[in-house]
Design a protein around this ligand. Sequence first.
Ligand code: SAM
Length: 293
Amino acid sequence: MISREEYIELIKNEYPNDYLEIIDGLSKKRSNALRINTLKITTSDALKRLDDLNIKYYKSDISDFSYLVSATNKELMDLEMFKNGEIYLQSLSSQLPPLFLDIEESQDILDMCAAPGGKTSEIQMLGGNKKSIMALEADSIRCERLKYNLEHLGCRNINVMKKDSRTLDSFFRFDTILLDAPCSGSGTINILNEKDLKAFSIKLVENSARLQKSLLKKALEVLKPGHSMIYSTCSILKMENEDVLKSVLNKNIELLPLDINVELLPQSIPNTYTIKPSDKYEGFFIAKIKKIR
Ligand code: SAM
């Protein structure tokens, strides 16, 4: 539990020049976003259906299949298109990490924290349902949800396992890895919402950071030399982002530049990207990490 004043103070300490805009972004109601699932429908057919349903949509800056929509969650979930798995409700920030994975040149892909499966299914959509993905999830109920979602969205070749990724055998090797780590959610909090503030605490940030560091260490152990991976969180706090990266940075690790066409917060380490919370984007962090040898 944290009070609104304490939360604002925390953000002010981290971002003294930007905190007012961040707080403004964290107070706004975000438009709903969806991903057109091109495993099941073409983008043009999906947009035609939305036109027929009189649902207003706005193309995002991030991809051809990512849209903001004027409908409510309930209205979207009542649509046949949603029930058929032709669209998936996924925030724009959450759609970013798969876009920066080297999917084309990879065959064996690991998704270390996969449920409910938004990013796993997006990776397989980008891979044309042809990649071999291992999707791990530690929580059994969330793991069932993950299996259901992947099936519903028409994904194939995904080996879903209920497993703590930290215990993955060291003999595995992957061409690329997504570590969309569990976090405090500091970038997605609505600071006008008591429930969000109740769920947040400094202890949660500290515990998340500890878990994130061990997950990232394991990721780098099972990533093939010369290959790269993505580390992401929906937190904007350095303790869960830059500090986690610092715990593994050495001369065998390189952070790669990304072409992110979204408003960012100041970088404290080059080639790390913290997305500024706004009415369109959740606060989010992304870094692409190369294991040199
Ligand atoms: N990537 C998912 C998506 O796009 O739908 C969201 C992942 S969510 C941020 C983090 C997930 O990691 C949660 O479902 C949580 O249960 C799971 N998790 C937490 N600790 C884990 C661990 N040690 N190993 C595997 N999964 C874990």
